[in-house]
Ligand binder design. Structure first.
Ligand code: AMP
Length: 300
């Protein structure tokens, strides 16, 4: 009976599993503190992250996902675009780093062509985010390069030439590499704007626009911004034929008004509308006669 319970507990374990199987086969008693692997983290596994990442989180002592991680990881894994709002210290870095590592680690990056670009406002954040990617992706042999102003170009160019999965960069330095031809965005799968509000406040809007324009359009984007900056971040993407979901009808109407003010062709949809009107809106969207369809989850 004990063995059975232990068996289920160890079923999903990576580390120590072989040893436990061996001990059970040989009828050896199990020592609680030496032979039991730390139970694997079911909650992270349930979000869809691969076993290597779950094992890494386990060894870092992460017991369960934080709220932003629970909310963001599944849609990230599904390749959806995200706009997240999370304060520092809430685990926001792991919320985008883990699913991105999961998605790209098995692809070999070509020279000068990173697969993920994370844009950050400061060199300190570049280093911090780069360390986080490195820590989580260690066992998957993820390659990471921080690219920021003030550091030697040669070193960064060598790293880019070698081929890196993830580049974490300040906007100015990315532009410098673009002009030198040492970075190529043709293989980019995902772009993250970390602390996007801070980048806009600093005055990076134009740089960001130039960088985003140079990146293939089919890509996943995650802006991490506080609520107050959501509209500006949305505007930066210049969405066309986009679906935007809000929690309440009031939020739908407020956002619609602000986006109309910014020159977009907008329609709204919520549970209170008759089917006839909803059909008309859908027809308009199909005919590409509008830029944004803003809806409540109910209408979705
Ligand atoms: P951040 O909000 O990204 O600055 O992360 C704050 C700190 O929380 C970092 O030191 C992370 O290593 C840590 N952290 C992130 N996710 C978790 C988690 N699920 N459990 C425990 N610590 C975490």
């Amino acid at each position: 009976m004990t063995a059975r319970i232990l068996w289920t507990r160890c079923f999903s374990a990576i580390r120590g599993e072989a040893k436990i199987r061996r001990n059970l086969r040989n009828g050896k008693p199990l020592s609680a503190d030496r032979d039991y692997p730390t139970p694997m983290n079911d909650a992270f596994e349930a979000l869809g992250l691969c076993a290597e990442l779950v094992a890494e989180l386990n060894s870092l002592g992460y017991e369960e996902p934080t709220p932003i991680q629970s909310a963001a990881i599944p849609p990230f894994l599904a390749g959806k675009d995200l706009l997240g709002q999370a304060a520092t210290g809430t685990g926001k870095t792991a919320a985008f780093a883990l699913p991105l590592i999961h998605r790209v680690a098995s692809t070999k990056p070509a020279p000068h062509k990173p697969l993920v670009l994370v844009l950050v406002p400061t060199r300190e954040l570049a280093v911090q985010v780069s360390e986080a990617f490195h820590r989580y992706g260690r066992s998957l042999r993820l390659s990471v390069a921080p690219i920021y102003g003030g550091q030697d170009f040669y070193r960064q160019t060598v790293a880019l030439k070698r081929g890196t999965h993830v580049v974490i960069a300040t906007p100015g330095r990315v532009l410098d590499h673009m002009r030198r031809g040492t970075i190529d965005f043709s293989d980019i799968q995902s772009v993250v704007l970390d602390e996007a509000d801070e980048m806009l406040d600093i005055g990076f809007a134009e740089d960001l626009e130039l960088i985003l324009e140079a990146i293939p359009k089919v890509r996943q984007t995650a802006y991490v911004v506080p609520r107050a900056h959501k509209v500006t971040a949305l505007d930066l993407e210049s969405p066309t034929l986009a679906l935007i979901f809000c929690r309440t009808r009031i939020e739908v109407d407020e956002l619609a008004e602000r986006m109309v003010g910014r020159g977009y062709r907008v329609e709204v949809m919520h549970g209170g509308m008759t089917q006839n009107i909803r059909d008309r809106v859908i027809k308009k969207a199909r005919a590409a006669a509008l830029d944004l369809l803003i809806a409540t989850d109910v209408a979705a």
